[in-house]
Design a protein around this ligand. Structure first.
Ligand code: ADP
Length: 498
């Protein structure tokens, strides 16, 4: 069934359900109407019988339907309406009758309703017993039982042909037998048309989507469709293509940037080696060249490590669910590692961590993120400047700045702030500082870093930090005023207390 096209499946189901519904409805209608027709015949027979009984005449001491001296209009009227009335003795002998009463078979009368065949036609018969008292007390329908007084037991029978009812039933059957299939065929055709119309845009989406290859992700479906389910599907597809396109471009850009970043130190290495080999040198000169090369190789190693860290942090699942890290301790460790670097640069490094900041995650990776922020603070702050690393707990996940005294609330946030009073970042550069390989001042000379694992000016330090924060369900935000210093704020969801 799965290989059957949706439009065919839809049409088949729709037609099947409609056919069943129509069939049930038709049968119900047919049986209810037939029943009503039969009940109507029975009721009218009983009504006519009671009228006939009320009009019974006395003809020489015998009951008669009408007086032969002055015949009344009722029997003729009833006969004209197709009613047959006859009086029977309990032997079955017909005493009197109106209408086509001779067509009816002679039967021993039994009170009640019955159906019989006469002249090839079905008839409905209603028989009622009479106790006729000839002393002018009049007849009484179904009254005193046989044998009371001097009464003569007779029966009044009213009959009507069921030919009309049978004909109506036949016509109804014919109509239903014809109407239901026609309705089902029309509905199936309509259903197929509608299903086709509704699904045609999906065919278009499929055709267009097939044309989009990995190499031309810039292509869009751009289908002008109404804002319905299919229209939304097409737009979502276009949005997905846009995201993929952006991701692919970023990857390509990253690869070319990485290649470029690697090529520069390699070219420097090659140049230095070429110069060294140009002519014979003393051992001291070779040592000098090798020392220079070693610094460049260190930078290459640092860059390769950064690229590796970045690739890992972007491809691993968010957070390290198993372990917990205390950001306060992690930050203290990072500060300790950078203490000598700060002293060498004449920068004051302060730490203020009044409360533990437990978060779920890998302490090493989180340490790397904080290290990069503090390292940048020290690196970009001039001698005599300050870098302050502080921590607090926020009641709300993000946004509010109300510090909490004790870590208690669920959904609270741990915050680590790294603030410096260095040169700051210009408003144009600020939105890009987290981009890969972004450096605000590309002409700036390297710091001759004593801490090669920092990214060493490759423009990856903040990218790595943010990527680690993101993998732990948090983020890093930057604020800065040119000339007034920069603040980097790392926020992570606080881990529940064990
Ligand atoms: P890198 O420091 O290796 O150049 P980063 O990703 O760490 O790369 O930083 C990107 C850029 O953001 C830096 O080149 C620098 O211009 C700017 N930046 C980062 N931190 C600071 C800071 N504390 N003060 C001033 N500028 C900063």
């Amino acid at each position: 069934m799965s290989s059957v096209p949706i439009r065919l499946r839809l049409t088949l189901w729709y037609t099947l359900i409609l056919a069943l519904a129509l069939l049930c409805f038709g049968l119900f209608l047919y049986f209810t109407t037939a029943r009503a027709l039969h009940t109507q015949v029975d009721t009218s027979l009983q009504l006519v019988a009671s009228q006939a009984v009320a009009n019974l005449q006395d003809e020489d001491g015998r009951p008669a339907l009408q007086n032969s001296d002055e015949p009344g209009p009722l029997p003729a009227l009833l006969a004209a309406r197709g009613y047959v009335i006859r009086l029977l003795a309990d032997t079955g002998e017909v005493l009197d009758g109106t209408g086509e009463y001779r067509r009816l078979p002679v039967v021993v009368p039994a009170p009640g309703l019955a159906t019989c065949m006469a002249a090839g036609e079905p008839w409905r018969l209603y028989t009622t017993a009479l106790t006729y008292l000839p002393d002018h007390e009049g007849p009484s329908e179904g009254s005193a039982s046989a044998g009371t007084g001097a009464g003569v037991r007779t029966y009044l029978q009213v009959a009507q042909s069921l030919a009309g009812v049978r004909e109506a039933e036949g016509q109804m059957r014919l109509l239903l037998a014809f109407a239901i299939p026609v309705a089902v065929i029309l509905a199936a055709a309509g259903g197929a048309f509608l299903a086709d119309r509704a699904l045609r845009p999906i065919d278009r989406i499929t055709r267009e989507a097939r044309r989009v290859g990995a190499e031309d992700l810039g292509r869009r479906l751009n289908l002008k469709l109404p804002d319905d389910e299919v229209g939304r599907l097409a737009r979502t597809f276009d949005e997905m293509l846009a995201r993929l396109d952006k991701a692919f471009r970023r990857e390509r850009q990253f690869t070319s940037d990485a290649a470029h970043e690697l090529r520069t130190p390699l070219t420097v290495l090659k140049g230095a080696i070429g110069v060294a080999l140009h002519r014979p040198r003393t051992a001291a000169q070779y040592r000098e060249v090798l020392r220079n090369l070693e610094a460049e190789v260190d930078r290459l190693i640092a860059l390769a490590e950064d690229l590796l860290t970045l690739a890992r942090s972007e491809s691993t699942a968010p957070g390290d669910q198993g372990s917990t890290a205390d950001l306060a301790q992690v930050a203290a460790l990072a500060v300790e590692r950078l203490r000598s670097f700060a002293t060498a640069r004449g920068v004051f490094l302060e730490l203020d961590m009044p409360v533990p900041l437990p978060v779920a995650g890998d302490p090493d990776r989180l340490g790397r993120a904080i290290y990069n922020l503090v390292h940048n603070g020290v690196k970009y702050t001039t001698a005599g400047g300050h870098v302050r690393v502080s921590g607090q707990i926020l009641a709300r996940p993000q946004g509010t700045n109300t510090p909490l005294v004790a870590p208690s609330t669920a959904h609270a946030t741990a915050e680590v702030r790294v603030a410096d009073d260095g040169p700051g970042i210009s408003p144009e550069d600020l939105p890009h500082v987290f981009d890969r390989f972004f450096r605000a001042d590309r002409a700036r000379t390297r710091t001759g870093s004593e801490e090669p694992a920092s990214g060493a000016g490759a423009g990856l330090g903040l990218t790595i930090a943010r990527s680690i924060a993101g993998a732990h369900g948090g983020d890093i935000a930057a604020t800065s005023t040119p000339g007034g210093g920069s603040t980097f704020v790392l926020r992570l969801p606080l881990a529940p207390h064990p």
